[in-house]
Design a protein around this ligand. Structure first.
Ligand SMILES: [Zn+2]
Length: 271
Protein backbone atom coordinates (compact mmCIF):
# COMPACT_ATOMS: atom_id res chain seq x y z
CA UNK A 1 0.00 0.00 0.00
CA UNK A 2 1.48 3.40 -0.97
CA UNK A 3 1.38 6.51 1.13
CA UNK A 4 -1.61 8.02 -0.64
CA UNK A 5 -3.67 4.88 -0.20
CA UNK A 6 -2.72 4.68 3.44
CA UNK A 7 -3.79 8.24 3.99
CA UNK A 8 -7.02 7.70 2.07
CA UNK A 9 -7.86 4.69 4.16
CA UNK A 10 -7.10 6.57 7.31
CA UNK A 11 -9.49 9.32 6.25
CA UNK A 12 -12.23 6.86 5.38
CA UNK A 13 -11.91 5.04 8.65
CA UNK A 14 -11.94 8.33 10.58
CA UNK A 15 -15.14 9.32 8.87
CA UNK A 16 -16.68 5.94 9.58
CA UNK A 17 -15.62 6.12 13.17
CA UNK A 18 -17.03 9.55 13.56
CA UNK A 19 -20.29 8.58 11.91
CA UNK A 20 -20.90 5.34 13.74
CA UNK A 21 -19.38 5.69 17.12
CA UNK A 22 -19.50 7.93 20.08
CA UNK A 23 -17.16 5.57 21.88
CA UNK A 24 -13.52 4.84 21.26
CA UNK A 25 -13.64 3.22 17.88
CA UNK A 26 -14.90 0.43 15.72
CA UNK A 27 -14.22 -2.35 18.16
CA UNK A 28 -16.46 -0.99 20.82
CA UNK A 29 -19.18 -0.42 18.26
CA UNK A 30 -18.86 -4.00 17.02
CA UNK A 31 -18.97 -5.39 20.54
CA UNK A 32 -22.05 -3.45 21.47
CA UNK A 33 -23.80 -4.61 18.29
CA UNK A 34 -22.98 -8.21 19.14
CA UNK A 35 -24.14 -7.73 22.67
CA UNK A 36 -27.39 -6.27 21.43
CA UNK A 37 -28.15 -9.30 19.30
CA UNK A 38 -27.03 -11.59 22.11
CA UNK A 39 -29.39 -9.76 24.42
CA UNK A 40 -32.24 -10.34 21.96
CA UNK A 41 -31.41 -14.02 21.59
CA UNK A 42 -31.30 -14.49 25.36
CA UNK A 43 -34.71 -12.90 25.71
CA UNK A 44 -36.21 -14.98 22.92
CA UNK A 45 -35.02 -18.22 24.47
CA UNK A 46 -36.10 -17.11 27.93
CA UNK A 47 -39.59 -16.15 26.76
CA UNK A 48 -40.08 -19.40 24.92
CA UNK A 49 -38.85 -21.57 27.78
CA UNK A 50 -41.01 -19.72 30.28
CA UNK A 51 -44.01 -20.13 28.00
CA UNK A 52 -43.41 -23.88 27.55
CA UNK A 53 -42.46 -24.76 31.10
CA UNK A 54 -43.29 -21.94 33.52
CA UNK A 55 -39.70 -21.66 34.70
CA UNK A 56 -36.29 -20.88 33.23
CA UNK A 57 -32.74 -21.45 34.38
CA UNK A 58 -29.30 -20.45 33.13
CA UNK A 59 -28.68 -23.81 31.47
CA UNK A 60 -31.82 -23.36 29.35
CA UNK A 61 -30.46 -20.05 28.15
CA UNK A 62 -26.96 -21.32 27.42
CA UNK A 63 -28.42 -24.26 25.49
CA UNK A 64 -30.90 -22.07 23.64
CA UNK A 65 -28.34 -19.53 22.45
CA UNK A 66 -26.02 -22.32 21.36
CA UNK A 67 -23.27 -21.77 23.93
CA UNK A 68 -23.78 -25.25 25.32
CA UNK A 69 -24.52 -28.63 23.77
CA UNK A 70 -26.62 -31.26 25.59
CA UNK A 71 -23.69 -33.67 25.46
CA UNK A 72 -21.57 -31.18 27.42
CA UNK A 73 -24.21 -30.87 30.11
CA UNK A 74 -24.32 -34.60 30.35
CA UNK A 75 -20.52 -34.75 30.75
CA UNK A 76 -20.66 -32.09 33.42
CA UNK A 77 -23.52 -33.73 35.33
CA UNK A 78 -21.56 -36.96 35.37
CA UNK A 79 -18.46 -35.22 36.68
CA UNK A 80 -16.42 -35.66 33.52
CA UNK A 81 -15.62 -31.95 33.33
CA UNK A 82 -14.53 -29.98 36.40
CA UNK A 83 -16.82 -26.99 35.88
CA UNK A 84 -19.47 -26.07 33.34
CA UNK A 85 -17.79 -22.95 31.93
CA UNK A 86 -15.04 -25.20 30.64
CA UNK A 87 -17.41 -26.61 28.02
CA UNK A 88 -19.32 -23.43 27.23
CA UNK A 89 -18.40 -22.31 23.72
CA UNK A 90 -17.95 -18.59 24.38
CA UNK A 91 -15.49 -16.43 26.23
CA UNK A 92 -16.11 -15.43 29.81
CA UNK A 93 -17.19 -11.88 29.00
CA UNK A 94 -19.84 -13.16 26.56
CA UNK A 95 -21.07 -15.69 29.09
CA UNK A 96 -21.36 -13.11 31.83
CA UNK A 97 -23.10 -10.71 29.46
CA UNK A 98 -25.66 -13.38 28.55
CA UNK A 99 -26.17 -14.28 32.20
CA UNK A 100 -26.65 -10.66 33.17
CA UNK A 101 -29.09 -10.08 30.38
CA UNK A 102 -31.04 -13.16 31.53
CA UNK A 103 -31.21 -11.87 35.11
CA UNK A 104 -32.37 -8.43 34.01
CA UNK A 105 -35.08 -10.03 31.91
CA UNK A 106 -36.20 -12.26 34.80
CA UNK A 107 -36.40 -9.28 37.12
CA UNK A 108 -38.38 -7.25 34.61
CA UNK A 109 -40.79 -10.15 34.21
CA UNK A 110 -41.27 -10.27 37.96
CA UNK A 111 -40.29 -13.96 38.11
CA UNK A 112 -39.64 -15.61 41.45
CA UNK A 113 -36.02 -16.67 41.95
CA UNK A 114 -35.56 -20.13 43.40
CA UNK A 115 -32.15 -21.33 44.56
CA UNK A 116 -31.47 -24.82 43.39
CA UNK A 117 -28.72 -27.31 44.16
CA UNK A 118 -27.09 -29.29 41.42
CA UNK A 119 -25.56 -32.38 42.93
CA UNK A 120 -23.24 -34.91 41.48
CA UNK A 121 -24.00 -38.38 42.76
CA UNK A 122 -21.05 -40.65 42.59
CA UNK A 123 -20.76 -44.18 43.87
CA UNK A 124 -19.58 -43.02 47.25
CA UNK A 125 -20.72 -39.49 47.89
CA UNK A 126 -22.44 -36.47 46.47
CA UNK A 127 -21.06 -33.00 45.94
CA UNK A 128 -22.26 -29.72 44.47
CA UNK A 129 -21.51 -29.40 40.80
CA UNK A 130 -19.42 -26.36 39.95
CA UNK A 131 -20.47 -23.99 37.18
CA UNK A 132 -17.84 -21.29 37.08
CA UNK A 133 -14.10 -21.43 36.66
CA UNK A 134 -13.63 -19.18 39.69
CA UNK A 135 -16.14 -21.01 41.90
CA UNK A 136 -17.20 -17.60 43.25
CA UNK A 137 -20.31 -18.09 45.37
CA UNK A 138 -22.27 -15.23 43.77
CA UNK A 139 -21.58 -16.49 40.27
CA UNK A 140 -22.47 -20.03 41.32
CA UNK A 141 -25.72 -18.76 42.77
CA UNK A 142 -26.55 -16.91 39.55
CA UNK A 143 -26.08 -20.12 37.60
CA UNK A 144 -28.08 -22.23 40.04
CA UNK A 145 -31.09 -19.97 40.36
CA UNK A 146 -34.28 -20.99 38.58
CA UNK A 147 -36.87 -18.34 37.80
CA UNK A 148 -40.46 -19.38 38.25
CA UNK A 149 -43.58 -17.83 36.77
CA UNK A 150 -45.58 -15.91 39.40
CA UNK A 151 -48.77 -16.73 37.50
CA UNK A 152 -48.66 -20.28 38.89
CA UNK A 153 -50.48 -20.97 42.13
CA UNK A 154 -48.31 -21.11 45.24
CA UNK A 155 -48.87 -24.84 45.40
CA UNK A 156 -47.64 -25.36 41.86
CA UNK A 157 -44.63 -23.13 42.42
CA UNK A 158 -43.77 -25.11 45.52
CA UNK A 159 -44.08 -28.36 43.65
CA UNK A 160 -41.76 -27.12 40.90
CA UNK A 161 -39.22 -26.01 43.49
CA UNK A 162 -39.29 -29.41 45.13
CA UNK A 163 -38.54 -30.98 41.78
CA UNK A 164 -35.55 -28.70 41.19
CA UNK A 165 -34.18 -29.62 44.58
CA UNK A 166 -34.46 -33.31 44.09
CA UNK A 167 -30.99 -34.63 43.37
CA UNK A 168 -30.89 -37.00 40.45
CA UNK A 169 -31.14 -40.39 42.07
CA UNK A 170 -29.63 -43.53 40.73
CA UNK A 171 -32.52 -45.48 39.30
CA UNK A 172 -32.62 -49.21 38.73
CA UNK A 173 -35.39 -50.91 36.79
CA UNK A 174 -37.12 -54.08 37.74
CA UNK A 175 -37.74 -55.44 34.28
CA UNK A 176 -40.95 -56.84 32.85
CA UNK A 177 -39.34 -59.03 30.21
CA UNK A 178 -36.06 -60.83 29.65
CA UNK A 179 -33.14 -58.68 28.60
CA UNK A 180 -29.37 -58.78 28.34
CA UNK A 181 -26.50 -56.71 29.73
CA UNK A 182 -24.95 -54.63 26.96
CA UNK A 183 -21.53 -54.91 28.54
CA UNK A 184 -20.98 -58.46 29.79
CA UNK A 185 -23.90 -59.92 27.84
CA UNK A 186 -25.26 -61.68 30.88
CA UNK A 187 -28.88 -62.75 30.48
CA UNK A 188 -31.23 -60.75 32.63
CA UNK A 189 -34.47 -62.55 33.24
CA UNK A 190 -37.82 -60.97 33.84
CA UNK A 191 -38.01 -59.34 37.30
CA UNK A 192 -34.26 -58.83 37.56
CA UNK A 193 -32.63 -55.47 38.05
CA UNK A 194 -31.26 -53.41 35.23
CA UNK A 195 -29.43 -50.10 35.22
CA UNK A 196 -29.56 -47.74 32.26
CA UNK A 197 -26.59 -45.59 31.42
CA UNK A 198 -27.28 -43.32 28.48
CA UNK A 199 -28.49 -45.80 25.88
CA UNK A 200 -26.91 -48.87 27.49
CA UNK A 201 -28.62 -51.44 29.67
CA UNK A 202 -26.32 -52.82 32.33
CA UNK A 203 -26.51 -55.60 34.86
CA UNK A 204 -25.90 -54.50 38.45
CA UNK A 205 -22.40 -55.94 38.42
CA UNK A 206 -21.38 -53.85 35.41
CA UNK A 207 -23.10 -50.83 36.97
CA UNK A 208 -21.04 -51.45 40.16
CA UNK A 209 -24.23 -51.72 42.18
CA UNK A 210 -24.14 -55.47 42.75
CA UNK A 211 -23.14 -55.23 46.39
CA UNK A 212 -26.34 -53.54 47.34
CA UNK A 213 -29.27 -55.26 49.00
CA UNK A 214 -32.88 -54.81 48.02
CA UNK A 215 -35.12 -53.27 50.63
CA UNK A 216 -38.76 -53.44 49.48
CA UNK A 217 -40.89 -50.36 49.98
CA UNK A 218 -43.38 -50.47 52.82
CA UNK A 219 -41.58 -49.48 55.99
CA UNK A 220 -41.10 -45.75 55.46
CA UNK A 221 -39.02 -45.22 58.58
CA UNK A 222 -36.67 -48.12 57.90
CA UNK A 223 -36.29 -46.97 54.30
CA UNK A 224 -35.46 -43.44 55.38
CA UNK A 225 -32.82 -44.60 57.85
CA UNK A 226 -31.26 -47.14 55.54
CA UNK A 227 -31.00 -44.50 52.84
CA UNK A 228 -29.42 -42.09 55.27
CA UNK A 229 -26.73 -44.58 56.29
CA UNK A 230 -26.02 -45.88 52.82
CA UNK A 231 -23.30 -44.06 50.94
CA UNK A 232 -24.59 -45.59 47.73
CA UNK A 233 -28.18 -46.35 47.07
CA UNK A 234 -30.50 -46.72 44.12
CA UNK A 235 -34.21 -46.42 43.72
CA UNK A 236 -35.90 -49.45 42.19
CA UNK A 237 -38.81 -48.74 39.89
CA UNK A 238 -41.03 -50.94 37.81
CA UNK A 239 -43.37 -50.03 35.01
CA UNK A 240 -47.01 -50.60 35.80
CA UNK A 241 -48.84 -51.48 32.63
CA UNK A 242 -52.17 -50.85 34.32
CA UNK A 243 -51.28 -47.36 35.50
CA UNK A 244 -48.92 -46.62 32.63
CA UNK A 245 -46.21 -45.22 34.85
CA UNK A 246 -43.13 -46.22 36.79
CA UNK A 247 -43.73 -47.09 40.41
CA UNK A 248 -41.25 -47.31 43.25
CA UNK A 249 -40.57 -50.82 44.41
CA UNK A 250 -38.02 -50.03 47.06
CA UNK A 251 -34.34 -49.24 47.45
CA UNK A 252 -31.04 -50.91 46.88
CA UNK A 253 -28.90 -50.07 49.90
CA UNK A 254 -25.66 -51.21 51.48
CA UNK A 255 -26.07 -54.27 53.64
CA UNK A 256 -24.38 -52.54 56.60
CA UNK A 257 -26.67 -49.53 56.29
CA UNK A 258 -29.70 -51.78 56.34
CA UNK A 259 -28.44 -53.58 59.44
CA UNK A 260 -27.75 -50.29 61.19
CA UNK A 261 -31.22 -48.99 60.31
CA UNK A 262 -32.82 -52.20 61.54
CA UNK A 263 -31.01 -52.10 64.85
CA UNK A 264 -31.92 -48.44 65.37
CA UNK A 265 -35.51 -49.25 64.60
CA UNK A 266 -35.55 -52.12 67.06
CA UNK A 267 -33.91 -50.17 69.86
CA UNK A 268 -36.48 -47.38 69.47
CA UNK A 269 -39.36 -49.76 69.88
CA UNK A 270 -40.71 -49.92 73.45
CA UNK A 271 -39.81 -53.18 75.15
ZN1 LIG B 1 -23.09 -56.87 32.85
Amino acid sequence: MNEAETRAEHVVSSILEHATSSGDGKNREKTSMNNKSLDQKVKQVAEKTLHDRNYVCAIDILLGIGYLQPVHIDDWKRGRVPYLEKVICANLSKISYAMKSFRVWARQKGLNPSETSYLLKTQNHSRALQFSKSGDSNIELAYRTHYVSPTLTDKKQQKLKENFEKPAEVVVFSILKDSKCDLCEKELFKDSFLYKEQDKALCLKCAKLDELTFLPAGDAKLTRQAKKHSKTYAVVVRFSRARKRYERQGLLVEESALKQAESENNSEKPA
